[in-house]
Design a protein around this ligand. Sequence first.
Ligand SMILES: [Zn+2]
Length: 408
Amino acid sequence: MLDDLARIGHDPKTNGYVRDAWSAADLELREWFRGEAGPLGLDVREDRNGNLWAWWGDPSRKPGVVTGSHLDSVRQGGAFDGPLGVVSAFAALDLLRRRGVRPAKALGVACFTDEEGARFGVPCVGSRLLTGALTPDRALGLTDDAGDTLADVLTRAGRRPGDLGKDDETLAMVGTFVELHVEQGRGLAATGSPVGVASAIWPHGRWRFDFRGRADHAGTTRLEDRDDPMLPFARMVLAAREAAVRHGVVATVGRARISPGNTNAVPGLVSAWLDARGADEADVRALVAELAEGAGVEAAEESWTPVVDFEAGLRDRLAAVAGRAAARPEGAPGEARDPARAEAAPVPVLPTGAGHDAGILAAAGVPTAMLFVRNPTGVSHSPDEHADPADCEAGVAALASVLEDLCR
Ligand SMILES: [Zn+2]
């Protein structure tokens, strides 16, 4: 499945992926999702917000157990962030089928729309709309670099912008959500375990800083006559790094728009986006306030996600089941039969600085957990992102056991 996906949105020049929401690549990924669900006999539905669901069984009678992730990517991202969770979901369902499991609850595979926010700047648009964390008015007005709003883009993709909004009916079908994801750090590499479970997602947000100056000629304007917004922008980037060290958080300026953007002109406006995250909300807030004050401009908050502490009972249950799956002999069905193996150690539990749709669902009160698959270098949001095939298979085995346990 990963090989099938490898051609979609692939940039041969960088070996990275560009899979913006509602782009041609995204529409192709959606077709791929339907194509995988069909042969497995799953019932595919697209909800009001463009999220895809493939169901084994009927979740309208009794809430189901859902797994999945997203298929969109950051620009020039890797092959695993998102797709590994969707691919593993299909593979785990297939494995349960072949083991002859008859789930007492419906099992679903989800693919959330626009998790990365690469095109419109706001992450987790599909899951936020679903839970009501993002209003349709705000979503529809989001604008991409070409000046098209989400409303324009949806219309062009044959969807109805008026359908967007909180979707309690769909959300009610999700009794439990488990997202498998490639790890985006080296926590597991340090433990020697191919699979782990998330304890928490750090609080994180995105802020826009607009530095205004005066556009002018790069050759004829004397230095003392310039009002060059690149200078306060550059100072802010350096201050962000320094403040992040001091507050014990991470802060990144990964995107800026320079207007008019001519080599031979002093810019008139620089808009820069700050991403800041940390274990403690107060530290993140203090950093942003300090940067805004130092720069003398407003830090416009474009998104904010509070800390997500995954529910401890579900987290520990997953860690135990995944630990037993790892100790089981290759291909053996069901629970570990060997009593010694039944006592296998749980897989590691670790926090993450990365946001996920699982965090949005957890914040909306859905019992939610995450499985991580080892990333040997920790590199993510880059073409170099990697997970070994054997670790991906261990992830599928763990996910299948977790789903079997949860859908009893
Ligand atoms: Zn992701």
